[in-house]
Design a protein around this ligand. Structure first.
Ligand code: ADP
Ligand code: TRP
Length: 335
């Protein structure tokens, strides 16, 4: 990897199977970027500890995401593909950044407010400082581009604040500003199947299409997706749940199929049952090659452990280099 290439970092928490939202919002970009940039892609296992997973599940989920990354086409020779908890420099930088992260700004973060509302009995300090750890993940490699979905925009803004603040306080120029990235013009939000909101693991299995879902499961989930009673006026605007189906079709179907149903909606002749059948078959075709690879790779422990080891070595080179500069800037110099 040439040093002149722009640096890219992104990660996904190991909280279950990867789904279509993760793929479209994040992983699809990773695959395209890995040959054009110096890329660091990881499994954000420290981040998943905020919800206290049991150790056995956590271990299994780390393995799943690693296998799914590979099945989607991440190439461990082209990028650094690693497990976050293999790098002790990341929590070290997180701790240093925490000294300049303020309660007020952390409490205002939308994802914190959401989680505090949905898990009132577990509003821990890790949850509050989640954006600080995420900033550490990114700036420790001096990344400038971060491929993520739209929901991560605010976290990126915080990462820029923490990077700039560190440079200013310690009169240095260690960290460049990271920005959210997507190959299209806008960051992506894939909708869930149950209407409204984004496709997310936390909203239950019926809301998501997992990359590993079998054809039957995909057919069942899509047939149960929320719709409405149908348009009654020509050229009306679809309700959000129907727009969701159009958005999913846009993601996996050919443009003539999408246009066909758009026209049918506009002239009120649409049959949601037919549209769902088409969407399900297109989804199955789209995901089949990935699903087959996941099954094979997940069984290959030797491959997974080799990939994780090589990835950690590559990442370590970069994290230890940055931390040397950071420790000096802070005043930790040897006598
Ligand atoms: P989840 O919300 O299911 O827990 P994560 O928060 O682990 O997923 O997301 C990992 C990556 O996938 C992030 O870059 C995030 O922006 C992206 N992502 C997750 N859900 C979606 C979605 N529905 N649409 C677009 N991108 C998404
Ligand atoms: N916060 C991200 C999410 O929930 C995951 C993540 C952790 C991440 N650290 C990161 C994404 C660094 C990009 C860069 O999806």
């Amino acid at each position: 990897m040439k040093a002149s290439k722009e640096i890219v970092v992104s990660g996904i928490r190991p909280t279950g199977n990867l789904h279509l939202g993760n793929y479209m919002g994040a992983v699809k970009n990773f695959i395209k970027m890995q040959y054009d940039y110096q890329c660091y892609f990881f499994i954000a296992d420290y981040h998943s500890l905020t919800t206290h997973p049991n150790p056995k599940d956590l271990h299994e989920n780390i393995k799943t995401v690693l296998a799914e990354y590979l099945a989607c086409g991440l190439d461990p020779d082209a990028c650094a593909l690693y497990i976050q908890s293999d790098l002790t420099q990341i929590p070290e930088l997180y701790m240093l950044l925490n000294m300049h992260a303020y309660l007020g700004e952390l409490e205002r973060v939308a994802s914190f407010k959401d989680k505090a509302r949905t898990q009132p009995n577990n509003i821990n300090a890790g949850l509050l400082t989640y954006p600080v750890l995420m900033a550490a993940d990114i700036i420790i490699h001096k990344a400038v581009k971060v491929p993520v979905g739209k929901d991560q925009e605010q976290h990126l803004e915080m990462a820029r604040n923490f990077a700039n603040r560190f440079n200013r306080i310690y009169s240095c120029d260690i960290f460049p500003e990271p920005h959210a990235f997507n190959y299209g013009t806008e960051l992506i939000k894939i909708p869930g199947l149950q209407g409204g909101g984004k496709m997310s693991k936390s909203d239950g299995d019926n809301n998501v299409i997992n990359l590993s879902d079998s054809p039957d499961v995909i057919r069942k989930k899509i047939s149960r997706a929320v719709t409405d009673t149908g348009p009654t006026e020509a050229n009306s605007t679809p309700t959000s749940s129907v727009q969701n189906l159009f958005d999913l079709m846009q993601a996996v179907s050919a443009s003539d199929a999408l246009n066909h149903y758009k026209i049918a909606y506009a002239n009120c002749s649409i049959r949601y049952g037919d549209m769902k059948k088409q969407l399900a078959e297109d989804m199955i075709t789209f995901l089949q090659p990935i699903r087959e690879k996941i099954e094979a790779i997940k069984k290959d422990d030797a491959l997974l452990s080799k990939v994780a080891k090589i990835g950690a070595e590559k990442a370590l080179e970069s994290t230890s280099k940055t931390m040397k500069e950071v420790r000096e800037a802070v005043g930790f110099k040897s006598f």
